[in-house]
Write a protein that binds this ligand. Sequence first.
Ligand code: SF4
Length: 320
Amino acid sequence: MSLLSLEGVSRVYATRRGLFGTPVPVRAVDHISFSVAPGRTLGIVGESGCGKSTTGRVALGIERPSEGTVSFEGAAMPTPGTPEWRRLRARLQLVYQDPLGAMDRRLTVAAQVAEPLEIHGIGDKAERQDRVAALLRDVGLRADLAQRHPHELSGGQRQRAVLARALATDPALLVADEPVSALDVSIQAQVINMLTDLQEARGIAMLFISHDLKVVRQVSHEVAVMYLGRIVEQGDPEAIFADPLHPYSRALVSAIPVPGPRRIERIVLSGDPPNPADRPSGCAFHPRCALATASCRAEVPQLKPAADGRQVACHLVEAA
Ligand code: SF4
């Protein structure tokens, strides 16, 4: 049974064109559906502005979907701010990209990790101290760092402290939004290994959001590639990396540095993703797609089953 499920979810914001322009609806997330089972990781990948972070906030219930439903353990996500939602929040945690921004600079590491336990009334003072010490050990932080402040830690140590805080309430779901992109490559590997080990040991489901397809491949059981608010390809990471079917996935995979001869010729995408407030007609990728045809400009491709159990939204990909 899935732990988290999104069905036909959209998130629409109203934005103005110019200072006095009339508000226009912007679909940051547009009719996406997926589910994540306990202990599994869904990687969400795409360029900046594709809607992946909004998807994470909607999945956590921090933002309400404008359309569709978000369910957790088979029940509809409660309205943010209600007592039901606050109770559930202990089981849904977010790990941010910027650990320094996510931490309170005035509090020690131990105080920050203890904070969610206090907020949710978990344990007495002695039990909380024991739990904080165990969490710091679990994320590989030395005991003497517990009384340090965030600015006294390295970037990797800060991200470990943020993870210890996220794990304090024994969450069932972690949304990790670009959790290692601010770290050096050598530290990235250590934090990712630690994160996946802890996830496996505790059976936590994870939404791993990143622009870095290489990192997403390492951690994910399933991958969803997003473009301008929509999922354009979804399925097994190894199948997507070996033979990406959507032209956008193909361009992303082709950009990953690989040793030796390339299996997929490098595809350089021209221009930036279009403005979501001015969405291109038909397939939103058509202005950047070398394969676009007249029907691509007229009809929105829907996700449909393709090879290897994947789902792909492209007029040129044959349905399985
Ligand atoms: Fe390219 Fe057309 Fe497929 Fe869109 S539907 S990705 S424009 S070929």
